[in-house]
Design a protein around this ligand. Structure first.
Ligand SMILES: Nc1ncnc2c1ncn2[C@@H]1O[C@H](COP(=O)(O)OP(=O)(O)OP(=O)(O)O)[C@@H](O)[C@H]1O
Ligand SMILES: [Mg+2]
Length: 475
């Protein structure tokens, strides 16, 4: 066995004053990981300084320092080392204290071979999973635009996004009208806010109006205001959004839903910088920078005569088109990281990352609802996660089982055999994920032999996510 293989497989340090105990643990673990031995706490700490150790098995009763007192020193050396304490059968209090001091688990003496084997496997897998999460983080850490955090609250370094950040910087200081297009949830409102924040108007109001969300009868007075008595119910003068945005930015969301007669009024407001309140007698000058957004194809609306051509060209002076998330998948890990942090903070949850398997699914999913859908999925996962790492089973079914959903949605005539195969694959993967890719445990849960699981995995071409060479699967 070469050194590299040994390191990748994990290193276990056995600390026990009895040479016989050390030798038997070595024999049990032989072939699955590298084993180091130390007869005392002092010797153990020395070995830790010289070697990369993943798991420390500490005996509680040794001459000199007891295991429970060595434990904090191991953790002080490297917080992420997984420590297992070996106690006497009746010593429950020490076991509890060990867990309190950061031990991962405890074993009782005399040892059961299966217990040792299983526990060390789990401990090594926990380490591998954490390594994977840490690796993901450091891969994300390097600076990019605005220290890697994207731009004005927008995450993403895909070239389309970078071009959009540049465009925003260029046009923000000018009074030009901007038309933002993009599918639902791609970040149109974020772009509108960024334009406002990057402009000289940032200290003035940013007023957002969703044209589609307002009742038809109210839109005109919402936008342009009304005079007292202009219509039944107009008990007092009301300022419209144009006036409220004076000096600042007016964001007209879902502009494609604006009624044709109001499109004419909007055009006039844009061209002459004048508006008229409903029931008003003279025009008022307003200085609001208009940014509009739509998720429909306005050019087509123009062809279909539901949108005024002149207004379209007036709005479309500077077009910004946001790419759908599925066209910038490389940004998904950064977005996931961002949302995990954000939601964990807001919901007071100790969730720090996602498993490699879950991330893989998140990156491959098509995200019809784009960033908003991803944000919601992560929110749900953070709230549901049973531990510090989000697992596949914490993700919404739509995301975790997209094949089933899309196939069943568009084609319920799927042959039973194929539907069963799909379900089987997803189910087995979920169980594996739940037990940290411990094939033996998964096999026990599934009620099949572990060779069956291994055969299925190789048939599907699936490898254990944390290990690119799939080594652990063949344990
Ligand atoms: N690049 C991004 N980085 C971080 N968060 C983003 C990004 N894009 C969108 N979001 C988040 O996703 C959600 C949806 O964004 P936003 O409301 O701007 O989308 P939209 O295009 O206006 O959607 P809709 O068409 O449905 O109104 C928001 O919570 C927003 O903060
Ligand atoms: Mg929006």
């Amino acid at each position: 066995m070469t050194d590299t293989t040994a390191t990748r497989r994990g290193t276990v340090l056995v600390v026990d004053d009895e040479a016989g105990v050390r030798a038997s643990i070595r024999a049990i673990l032989d072939g699955t990981c590298e084993v180091l031995e130390a007869p005392s706490g002092t010797a153990a700490l020395e070995l830790l300084r010289a070697n990369d150790v993943d798991v420390v098995m500490l005996d509680q009763r040794m001459p000199g320092e007891a295991g429970i007192d060595i434990l904090p020193k191991v953790k002080a050396h490297d917080e992420s080392i997984v420590v297992v304490l070996a106690t006497a059968v009746h010593d429950v209090r020490t076991a509890v204290e060990a867990l309190r001091r950061g031990a991962y688990d405890y074993l009782t003496k005399p040892f059961d071979v299966d217990d040792i084997f299983g526990l060390v496997q789990r401990a090594l897998e926990k380490r591998a999973l954490e390594d994977e999460v840490i690796r993901l983080r450091s891969a994300l850490a390097p600076a990019g635009l605005h220290s890697g955090q994207g731009f004005e609250g927008m995450i993403g370094r895909h070239s389309d996004m970078v071009r959009i950040y540049q465009l925003i910087t260029q046009i923000a200081p000018t009074p030009t009208t901007v038309l933002i297009t993009g599918e639902s949830g791609t970040g149109k409102e974020l772009v509108a806010r960024a334009i406002h924040n990057e402009s000289g108007r940032r200290t003035q109001p940013f007023v957002a109006v969703n044209v589609a969300a307002l009742p038809e009868t109210l839109i005109e007075s919402e936008l342009f205001g009304h005079e007292k008595g202009a219509f039944t119910g107009a008990h007092a003068r009301k300022l419209g959004k144009f006036e409220l945005a004076h000096g600042g930015t007016l964001f007209l969301d879902e502009i494609g839903s604006l009624r044709l007669d109001l499109q004419a009024k909007l055009l006039r407001a844009l061209q002459q910088r004048e508006i008229e309140r409903v029931g008003g007698v003279r025009p008022l000058t307003v200085d609001a920078r208009v940014v509009a957004a739509t998720n429909i194809n306005l050019r087509q609306a123009v062809r279909e005569k539901t949108f005024r051509e002149d207004l379209f060209y007036r709005l479309n002076v500077v077009p910004i088109t946001l790419p759908p998330l599925r066209e910038r998948r490389d940004d998904i890990p950064t977005l996931v990281e961002h949302f995990v942090r954000k939601v964990a903070r807001e919901c007071h949850r100790d969730v720090r990352g996602v498993s490699a398997g879950a991330l893989d699914v998140l990156v491959r999913y098509d995200w019809p609802g784009n960033v908003r859908e991803l944000e919601n999925a992560i929110h749900r996962a953070v709230v549901l996660a049973g531990g510090p790492v989000i697992q596949l089973q914490d993700l919404p079914l739509d995301v975790a089982l997209p094949e089933t959903r899309s196939r069943l949605a568009e084609d319920t005539g799927l042959p039973l055999r194929e539907a069963c195969d799909q379900f089987e694959r997803q189910y087995v993967l979920r169980v594996l994920e739940r037990v940290g890719w411990n094939v033996s445990r998964a096999a026990r849960m599934l009620g099949v032999h572990r060779n069956t699981v291994l055969a299925k995995l190789s048939g599907w071409g699936v490898r254990r996510p944390a290990d690119p060479e799939g080594r652990s699967v063949s344990l």
